[in-house]
Design a protein around this ligand. Sequence first.
Ligand SMILES: NC(=O)c1ccc[n+]([C@@H]2O[C@H](COP(=O)([O-])OP(=O)(O)OC[C@H]3O[C@@H](n4cnc5c(N)ncnc54)[C@H](OP(=O)(O)O)[C@@H]3O)[C@@H](O)[C@H]2O)c1
Length: 244
Amino acid sequence: MMVNNRLKGRIALITGASRGIGSAIAQRFAMEGAHTVLTARTVGGLEDTDDTIRKINGTESTLVPLDLTESDTIDQLGAALHERFGRIDIVIGNAGTLGELTPVNHLEPTTWDNIIALNVTANYRLIRSMDPLLKASDAGRAIFVTSRAAVDLNPFWGGYAASKAALEVLVKTYAQEVQHTNIRVNLVDPGRQQTAMRAKAFPGENPKNLRQPDEMTGVFVDLAESNFGQNGRTFEAYPEIFPK
Ligand SMILES: NC(=O)c1ccc[n+]([C@@H]2O[C@H](COP(=O)([O-])OP(=O)(O)OC[C@H]3O[C@@H](n4cnc5c(N)ncnc54)[C@H](OP(=O)(O)O)[C@@H]3O)[C@@H](O)[C@H]2O)c1
């Protein structure tokens, strides 16, 4: 596989890196020469991503199995990254859950709590814990994964849509707060991607009609580069067939 080195030497934390979009971002960042720190709950999935990355650039990733809804573990992650690297250059807040597609009045409180805990609270805790490490970088970059569902409202999508709308407001507020630092903070809407989440949302859909996550990772590289200057914006992922 080819290595392009647009992120050479950068340390990148990617949440939800055990499969789907997060795994694709991690693999692409490795192709670009970054050292990847991979988190998710499923150790086997993290190891699969790590195995692929070893084949890409011959380096080992740092694997951190954790449940992001247990918020204190995010502080522990921050402390461990500080001790090991002293800084973080790139944070990708990608992990997310659809919850259940159901009318708002039928949403179970436990489902609602889990959606908010992962899609909103975990990203707030990530910002809180990673901000000092991003400030220790010469060009800290934080990128959070959102969805059209936050603005194109549809019945049954209330929990997920509300969580992504809250995430966007939180992230754009943080972006304003760091405007005069070296940190740049943005969001990406990946569009329809062939992943487990998409299959859960649209079980009758032919997955062959969907793009693979590795076709749109270029926007994450663009936003993660040290010379990227825009801040507080939402970008749509664009198709990009990357040579393997
Ligand atoms: N696929 C699409 O079409 C689409 C469209 C718009 C936006 N998005 C967004 O893209 C992001 C990635 O979605 P995806 O489609 O790649 O979904 P996915 O295949 O379901 O992957 C979700 C990732 O989040 C991790 N995760 C879930 N619960 C977690 C928890 N409690 N603690 C830690 N990690 C957890 C999962 O790992 P474990 O299960 O191993 O923990 C997995 O790595 C999400 O934010 C989603 O909202 C996706």
